[in-house]
Design a protein around this ligand. Structure first.
Ligand SMILES: [Zn+2]
Length: 315
Protein backbone atom coordinates (compact mmCIF):
# COMPACT_ATOMS: atom_id res chain seq x y z
CA UNK A 1 0.00 0.00 0.00
CA UNK A 2 1.16 3.49 -0.73
CA UNK A 3 2.35 4.90 2.57
CA UNK A 4 0.56 8.17 1.91
CA UNK A 5 -2.69 6.25 2.33
CA UNK A 6 -1.83 5.54 5.94
CA UNK A 7 -3.27 8.79 7.16
CA UNK A 8 -5.03 8.42 10.47
CA UNK A 9 -8.77 8.48 10.39
CA UNK A 10 -8.73 11.59 12.54
CA UNK A 11 -6.50 13.61 10.26
CA UNK A 12 -8.31 12.33 7.21
CA UNK A 13 -11.71 13.19 8.57
CA UNK A 14 -10.77 16.72 9.65
CA UNK A 15 -8.85 17.50 6.49
CA UNK A 16 -11.65 16.02 4.45
CA UNK A 17 -14.25 18.18 6.14
CA UNK A 18 -12.15 21.27 5.65
CA UNK A 19 -11.33 20.64 2.02
CA UNK A 20 -14.54 19.23 0.69
CA UNK A 21 -16.94 21.42 2.56
CA UNK A 22 -18.90 18.49 3.90
CA UNK A 23 -21.19 19.75 6.61
CA UNK A 24 -19.24 17.98 9.25
CA UNK A 25 -20.26 19.54 12.51
CA UNK A 26 -22.63 16.67 12.97
CA UNK A 27 -19.98 14.06 12.29
CA UNK A 28 -17.23 15.62 14.41
CA UNK A 29 -17.65 13.26 17.40
CA UNK A 30 -16.85 10.23 15.28
CA UNK A 31 -13.95 12.04 13.66
CA UNK A 32 -12.57 13.20 17.00
CA UNK A 33 -12.47 9.62 18.24
CA UNK A 34 -10.53 8.67 15.14
CA UNK A 35 -13.26 6.10 14.75
CA UNK A 36 -13.86 5.94 11.05
CA UNK A 37 -13.30 7.75 7.75
CA UNK A 38 -15.93 10.17 6.45
CA UNK A 39 -16.62 7.86 3.52
CA UNK A 40 -17.68 5.18 5.97
CA UNK A 41 -19.64 7.48 8.29
CA UNK A 42 -21.85 8.75 5.51
CA UNK A 43 -22.29 5.31 3.90
CA UNK A 44 -22.87 2.87 6.75
CA UNK A 45 -23.82 2.98 10.38
CA UNK A 46 -26.25 5.05 12.42
CA UNK A 47 -25.34 8.49 11.01
CA UNK A 48 -25.66 7.53 7.37
CA UNK A 49 -29.35 8.42 7.24
CA UNK A 50 -28.73 12.02 8.27
CA UNK A 51 -29.27 14.43 5.41
CA UNK A 52 -26.84 17.27 6.32
CA UNK A 53 -23.71 15.12 6.45
CA UNK A 54 -24.33 14.04 2.84
CA UNK A 55 -23.79 17.50 1.37
CA UNK A 56 -20.48 17.34 -0.51
CA UNK A 57 -18.68 19.83 -2.69
CA UNK A 58 -17.96 18.54 -6.19
CA UNK A 59 -14.36 17.70 -7.02
CA UNK A 60 -12.30 16.93 -10.08
CA UNK A 61 -10.92 13.38 -9.88
CA UNK A 62 -9.31 13.43 -13.32
CA UNK A 63 -9.08 16.11 -16.01
CA UNK A 64 -12.25 14.68 -17.57
CA UNK A 65 -14.06 13.25 -14.52
CA UNK A 66 -15.86 14.96 -11.66
CA UNK A 67 -17.52 13.58 -8.53
CA UNK A 68 -20.77 15.53 -8.26
CA UNK A 69 -22.87 13.36 -5.96
CA UNK A 70 -23.57 13.42 -2.26
CA UNK A 71 -21.22 11.74 0.21
CA UNK A 72 -22.61 8.19 0.37
CA UNK A 73 -23.46 7.40 -3.27
CA UNK A 74 -21.28 8.46 -6.16
CA UNK A 75 -22.46 10.43 -9.18
CA UNK A 76 -19.69 10.81 -11.79
CA UNK A 77 -19.61 13.28 -14.64
CA UNK A 78 -17.38 12.23 -17.54
CA UNK A 79 -16.72 15.08 -19.94
CA UNK A 80 -15.92 14.75 -23.65
CA UNK A 81 -15.67 17.27 -26.49
CA UNK A 82 -18.87 15.79 -27.99
CA UNK A 83 -20.99 15.91 -24.84
CA UNK A 84 -20.88 14.37 -21.42
CA UNK A 85 -21.91 11.18 -19.65
CA UNK A 86 -23.34 11.02 -16.14
CA UNK A 87 -23.04 7.81 -14.12
CA UNK A 88 -25.93 7.36 -11.66
CA UNK A 89 -28.28 9.98 -10.27
CA UNK A 90 -28.49 9.60 -6.47
CA UNK A 91 -31.97 10.04 -4.95
CA UNK A 92 -34.07 12.63 -3.16
CA UNK A 93 -33.44 14.77 -1.21
CA UNK A 94 -29.97 15.04 -2.81
CA UNK A 95 -30.86 15.75 -6.44
CA UNK A 96 -30.86 19.55 -6.12
CA UNK A 97 -27.34 19.42 -4.67
CA UNK A 98 -26.17 17.14 -7.47
CA UNK A 99 -27.57 19.48 -10.14
CA UNK A 100 -25.93 22.42 -8.36
CA UNK A 101 -22.63 20.51 -8.19
CA UNK A 102 -22.69 19.91 -11.95
CA UNK A 103 -23.18 23.63 -12.50
CA UNK A 104 -20.45 24.46 -9.97
CA UNK A 105 -17.83 22.58 -11.99
CA UNK A 106 -18.77 24.71 -14.97
CA UNK A 107 -20.66 22.13 -17.01
CA UNK A 108 -23.80 23.06 -18.92
CA UNK A 109 -26.53 20.59 -17.99
CA UNK A 110 -27.70 20.50 -21.61
CA UNK A 111 -24.30 19.16 -22.69
CA UNK A 112 -24.93 15.91 -20.79
CA UNK A 113 -26.02 13.42 -23.46
CA UNK A 114 -26.26 10.11 -21.58
CA UNK A 115 -27.06 9.04 -18.03
CA UNK A 116 -25.98 5.49 -17.17
CA UNK A 117 -27.94 3.77 -14.39
CA UNK A 118 -26.06 1.06 -12.48
CA UNK A 119 -29.07 -0.90 -11.28
CA UNK A 120 -32.67 -0.44 -10.21
CA UNK A 121 -32.16 0.55 -6.57
CA UNK A 122 -33.47 3.94 -5.56
CA UNK A 123 -30.11 5.33 -4.36
CA UNK A 124 -28.81 5.05 -7.95
CA UNK A 125 -31.91 5.87 -10.00
CA UNK A 126 -34.00 8.12 -7.74
CA UNK A 127 -32.79 11.30 -9.45
CA UNK A 128 -33.03 9.93 -12.99
CA UNK A 129 -36.25 11.65 -14.03
CA UNK A 130 -35.22 15.07 -12.75
CA UNK A 131 -31.76 14.75 -14.28
CA UNK A 132 -33.23 13.69 -17.59
CA UNK A 133 -35.56 16.69 -17.54
CA UNK A 134 -32.70 19.03 -16.60
CA UNK A 135 -30.32 17.70 -19.27
CA UNK A 136 -32.38 16.18 -22.07
CA UNK A 137 -30.05 13.17 -21.88
CA UNK A 138 -30.88 9.58 -22.80
CA UNK A 139 -31.18 7.20 -19.85
CA UNK A 140 -29.44 3.82 -20.07
CA UNK A 141 -30.38 0.79 -17.99
CA UNK A 142 -30.72 -2.96 -18.40
CA UNK A 143 -34.22 -4.32 -19.13
CA UNK A 144 -34.56 -5.98 -15.72
CA UNK A 145 -33.57 -2.74 -13.99
CA UNK A 146 -36.08 -0.75 -16.05
CA UNK A 147 -38.74 -3.01 -14.56
CA UNK A 148 -37.51 -2.12 -11.08
CA UNK A 149 -37.37 1.58 -11.95
CA UNK A 150 -40.97 1.45 -13.17
CA UNK A 151 -42.04 -0.39 -10.02
CA UNK A 152 -40.60 2.43 -7.86
CA UNK A 153 -43.07 4.92 -9.32
CA UNK A 154 -45.28 6.45 -6.62
CA UNK A 155 -43.68 4.52 -3.76
CA UNK A 156 -42.37 6.57 -0.87
CA UNK A 157 -38.61 7.00 -0.98
CA UNK A 158 -36.45 5.57 1.80
CA UNK A 159 -34.73 8.89 2.56
CA UNK A 160 -37.44 11.36 1.57
CA UNK A 161 -41.15 11.46 2.42
CA UNK A 162 -42.23 12.41 -1.10
CA UNK A 163 -43.36 9.65 -3.46
CA UNK A 164 -40.85 8.69 -6.15
CA UNK A 165 -41.35 10.20 -9.58
CA UNK A 166 -39.65 7.83 -12.00
CA UNK A 167 -38.79 8.23 -15.69
CA UNK A 168 -40.32 6.41 -18.63
CA UNK A 169 -38.31 3.49 -20.01
CA UNK A 170 -35.63 4.83 -22.34
CA UNK A 171 -32.55 3.05 -23.72
CA UNK A 172 -32.50 -0.67 -22.92
CA UNK A 173 -28.89 -1.73 -22.55
CA UNK A 174 -27.53 -5.19 -23.18
CA UNK A 175 -24.36 -6.95 -22.20
CA UNK A 176 -21.68 -6.08 -24.76
CA UNK A 177 -23.17 -2.76 -25.84
CA UNK A 178 -20.79 0.15 -26.42
CA UNK A 179 -21.04 3.91 -26.32
CA UNK A 180 -18.80 5.98 -28.56
CA UNK A 181 -18.89 9.64 -27.68
CA UNK A 182 -16.11 12.17 -28.22
CA UNK A 183 -12.84 10.49 -27.29
CA UNK A 184 -14.55 7.66 -25.38
CA UNK A 185 -15.29 4.09 -26.42
CA UNK A 186 -17.15 2.79 -23.37
CA UNK A 187 -18.03 -0.93 -23.06
CA UNK A 188 -20.89 -2.25 -21.00
CA UNK A 189 -21.26 -5.50 -19.11
CA UNK A 190 -24.34 -6.83 -17.33
CA UNK A 191 -23.67 -8.95 -14.25
CA UNK A 192 -26.98 -9.95 -12.62
CA UNK A 193 -27.13 -10.75 -8.93
CA UNK A 194 -27.29 -7.60 -6.84
CA UNK A 195 -30.40 -6.94 -8.93
CA UNK A 196 -31.62 -9.06 -11.86
CA UNK A 197 -29.93 -6.57 -14.24
CA UNK A 198 -26.83 -4.62 -13.10
CA UNK A 199 -24.96 -2.52 -15.63
CA UNK A 200 -21.26 -1.78 -15.34
CA UNK A 201 -18.98 0.12 -17.70
CA UNK A 202 -15.30 -0.25 -18.55
CA UNK A 203 -12.75 1.03 -21.02
CA UNK A 204 -13.55 4.50 -19.69
CA UNK A 205 -10.52 6.64 -20.52
CA UNK A 206 -9.46 9.06 -17.80
CA UNK A 207 -6.92 11.82 -18.32
CA UNK A 208 -4.52 13.16 -15.72
CA UNK A 209 -2.08 15.62 -17.22
CA UNK A 210 -0.19 13.73 -19.92
CA UNK A 211 -1.26 10.34 -18.53
CA UNK A 212 -4.31 8.31 -19.49
CA UNK A 213 -5.86 5.49 -17.50
CA UNK A 214 -8.58 2.88 -17.98
CA UNK A 215 -11.43 2.76 -15.50
CA UNK A 216 -14.19 0.40 -14.47
CA UNK A 217 -17.44 1.72 -13.00
CA UNK A 218 -20.17 -0.31 -11.37
CA UNK A 219 -20.01 -3.73 -9.80
CA UNK A 220 -22.36 -5.99 -7.95
CA UNK A 221 -21.44 -9.25 -9.65
CA UNK A 222 -21.70 -11.44 -6.60
CA UNK A 223 -24.58 -13.56 -7.81
CA UNK A 224 -27.80 -14.52 -6.06
CA UNK A 225 -28.94 -17.17 -3.56
CA UNK A 226 -28.90 -20.88 -4.31
CA UNK A 227 -26.88 -22.97 -6.75
CA UNK A 228 -28.10 -21.12 -9.83
CA UNK A 229 -27.22 -17.78 -8.20
CA UNK A 230 -23.79 -19.09 -7.22
CA UNK A 231 -23.13 -20.20 -10.80
CA UNK A 232 -24.04 -16.74 -12.07
CA UNK A 233 -21.86 -15.14 -9.39
CA UNK A 234 -18.84 -17.24 -10.37
CA UNK A 235 -19.35 -16.43 -14.06
CA UNK A 236 -19.82 -12.69 -13.37
CA UNK A 237 -16.79 -12.33 -11.16
CA UNK A 238 -14.62 -14.26 -13.63
CA UNK A 239 -15.72 -11.97 -16.46
CA UNK A 240 -14.97 -8.88 -14.40
CA UNK A 241 -11.61 -10.28 -13.24
CA UNK A 242 -10.67 -11.04 -16.86
CA UNK A 243 -11.20 -7.49 -18.15
CA UNK A 244 -7.64 -6.43 -18.96
CA UNK A 245 -5.86 -3.27 -17.95
CA UNK A 246 -8.13 -1.68 -15.36
CA UNK A 247 -6.24 0.96 -13.39
CA UNK A 248 -9.06 2.92 -11.75
CA UNK A 249 -12.05 1.46 -9.91
CA UNK A 250 -14.84 4.02 -9.85
CA UNK A 251 -16.79 2.96 -6.79
CA UNK A 252 -20.54 3.49 -6.89
CA UNK A 253 -20.52 4.28 -3.17
CA UNK A 254 -18.07 6.20 -0.98
CA UNK A 255 -17.34 3.07 1.00
CA UNK A 256 -17.65 -0.44 -0.39
CA UNK A 257 -16.47 -3.73 1.05
CA UNK A 258 -14.78 -5.84 -0.17
CA UNK A 259 -14.16 -3.71 -3.26
CA UNK A 260 -13.21 -0.48 -1.50
CA UNK A 261 -10.06 1.54 -1.40
CA UNK A 262 -7.53 0.63 1.30
CA UNK A 263 -7.03 3.34 3.89
CA UNK A 264 -10.39 5.01 3.35
CA UNK A 265 -12.99 5.52 0.67
CA UNK A 266 -13.63 8.01 -2.11
CA UNK A 267 -13.46 11.05 0.14
CA UNK A 268 -10.20 10.07 1.80
CA UNK A 269 -8.60 9.65 -1.63
CA UNK A 270 -10.06 13.01 -2.61
CA UNK A 271 -8.06 14.57 0.22
CA UNK A 272 -4.90 12.83 -0.99
CA UNK A 273 -5.62 14.10 -4.49
CA UNK A 274 -6.07 17.68 -3.31
CA UNK A 275 -2.87 17.61 -1.32
CA UNK A 276 -0.69 15.71 -3.78
CA UNK A 277 2.57 17.27 -4.86
CA UNK A 278 3.56 17.91 -8.45
CA UNK A 279 4.66 14.67 -10.07
CA UNK A 280 2.86 12.45 -7.55
CA UNK A 281 0.50 9.85 -9.01
CA UNK A 282 -3.24 10.35 -8.91
CA UNK A 283 -4.35 8.45 -5.78
CA UNK A 284 -7.42 7.10 -7.58
CA UNK A 285 -5.12 5.12 -9.88
CA UNK A 286 -4.66 1.79 -8.12
CA UNK A 287 -4.42 -1.22 -10.40
CA UNK A 288 -2.95 -3.42 -7.67
CA UNK A 289 -5.99 -3.02 -5.44
CA UNK A 290 -8.33 -3.56 -8.37
CA UNK A 291 -6.56 -6.78 -9.36
CA UNK A 292 -6.47 -8.08 -5.78
CA UNK A 293 -10.12 -7.29 -5.16
CA UNK A 294 -11.27 -8.69 -8.50
CA UNK A 295 -9.45 -11.93 -7.71
CA UNK A 296 -10.90 -12.00 -4.20
CA UNK A 297 -14.38 -11.50 -5.64
CA UNK A 298 -13.86 -14.44 -7.96
CA UNK A 299 -12.28 -16.64 -5.27
CA UNK A 300 -15.21 -15.99 -2.94
CA UNK A 301 -17.74 -16.70 -5.67
CA UNK A 302 -15.92 -19.89 -6.68
CA UNK A 303 -15.85 -21.03 -3.04
CA UNK A 304 -19.55 -20.36 -2.69
CA UNK A 305 -20.27 -22.27 -5.86
CA UNK A 306 -18.27 -25.26 -4.56
CA UNK A 307 -20.24 -25.12 -1.30
CA UNK A 308 -23.56 -24.99 -3.12
CA UNK A 309 -22.54 -27.93 -5.28
CA UNK A 310 -21.46 -29.90 -2.20
CA UNK A 311 -24.85 -29.24 -0.64
CA UNK A 312 -26.44 -30.59 -3.80
CA UNK A 313 -28.45 -27.38 -3.66
CA UNK A 314 -31.70 -27.19 -5.56
CA UNK A 315 -31.68 -24.72 -8.42
ZN1 LIG B 1 -28.04 -1.50 -4.98
Amino acid sequence: MNTTLRITAFATSCLMAALLGVNFEAATPAAAQGAEPVSKTCRVGPRSREVPIQKTEPFKMFDNLYHVGPCYVAVYLLTTPAGHVLFDTTQEPFVDDTIANIQKVGVNLKDIKYVVLAHGHLDHVGGSKRLQEATGARLMAVEEDWKMIEALQGKVGNRDPRPNDMPKRDMVMKDGDTLKIGDQDIRFISTPGHTPGVLSAYNITLRDGSNTYKAFWGGGGGGAPGLAGAEIGAANTKRIMDIPGIQVNLLTHSWVEPNGYPGGGIHERAVLLKTRKAGDPNPFVDAATWNARAKLGYDNAAKRLAEEKAKGGAK
